[in-house]
Structure formats: C-alpha cells, structure tokens
Write a protein that binds this ligand. Sequence first.
Ligand code: 13P
Length: 210
Amino acid sequence: MSRAAVREQVLATARSMNSHGLNHGAAGNVSARDGQGFWITPSALPYDQCAPEDMVWLDWTGQAQGRRKPSSEWRMHADIYRMYPQAGAILHAHSPYCTTLACLERSIPAFHYMVAMAGGDSIRCAAYATFGTQALSDAAVAALSDRFAALLAHHGMICHAADLEHVLVLAIEVETLARIYLQALAVAEPPVLPAAEMAEVLLRFRDYRP
Ligand code: 13P
C-alpha cells in the first residue's frame, strides 16, 4: 500500500471509530505501521475536520514529519510497535463502556468466551498515569503482555491488531464485551469460565477464519 493510502486509511478508521460510537470528537487516536515508523492521527483535531494530509508520520525515535502535531499518545503507540512486532495498527478510544470499567479500575475477566479474542483469559486494566506520558505508555505496554487489548484506568481502552480493519473490529468487540459485562454486573457478579476452557477457546480461535 502507498504511503498516501495508509494515511487515508488511518483517518478513515478514526472516523469509523467515532461513527461506531466508540469515541467522539478529537479524543482517542489511531495509527498504522509503515516502513521505519508509523502514521498517527494529529493531536486535538476532530477527525471530521482532518484531511489525510493532517496525519503525521513518526520514526521510532519520535521524529515527526507533517504539518500537524502528532497525537499526544505517540510514545504509547511507538512503544507498542517496538514491543509487539505483530502489531500493524493501534486504536485508542474513550469508548463509554470500556471507560466505565476503567474508571472503576476493573479488568474484564473470562465471563464470556469472546474475551479470548483479546488474546487471553482477561482484558487487563492498566494502572493510571497522566495522558501523553511515558508512565502511561509503560503501563499500557505491561497490560498488553500476551494480549491485544487493555483498559486504561480512568481513561479508556487501547488495542492492536495486524491492520486497521482488524483493529476496528477488535475495538468494537471489546466495547461490546465491556457493555455486556456491565449489564451482567448490574444483576450479579457473573461466574467466569475455567482456565482450561479458555485455553480450549484460544486454540479454536487459531483456526477461526473464513
Ligand atoms: P490526542 O488528540 O493528542 O491524540 O489526545 C487524545 C487522547 O485521547 C489522549 O489520551
């Protein structure tokens, strides 16, 4: 894919996360790996006011190319790409149900087998740190160990996948799980599936494709 096509897709994905109700305005951020760095959404600019030319390219040291300031969370994106080589795209959103759990500092346990879509038998909640800091990046990287998604305490959620199409699908799934978990919690603490069952689900997911 050409560089122009990647930045167009980054913006299209950011707009889609908003139109799917995962995010609003300029909150959140989206990026895609490209060569020796990545494209990321600009800081503080609502996605419906952005052009593809407003996307910013960063190398691994944080050197930016572009007419806008990169997302304040560029460190978190850069560190996730560095730590998790399978990550081709990253989405961070303030999605309402994930954020509700994150405000309670609650992880999502294996209350539903689809939790395995995030790579394990839980979706962890990372410790709180100020937005845009190295401390937040460190907390997110730790919570993403063996996982494709994490909640960020008192902030939102973050996930990574092979590409932009799959990262949006994963974000929608994680937000749906958070909604159902909160609905279940309103009645009672739901029982969790045994570790052996989640291991079986994870095995089956390896072959779950069209
Ligand atoms: P940016 O607009 O700088 O990407 O910040 C939004 C955000 O969600 C910070 O966590």
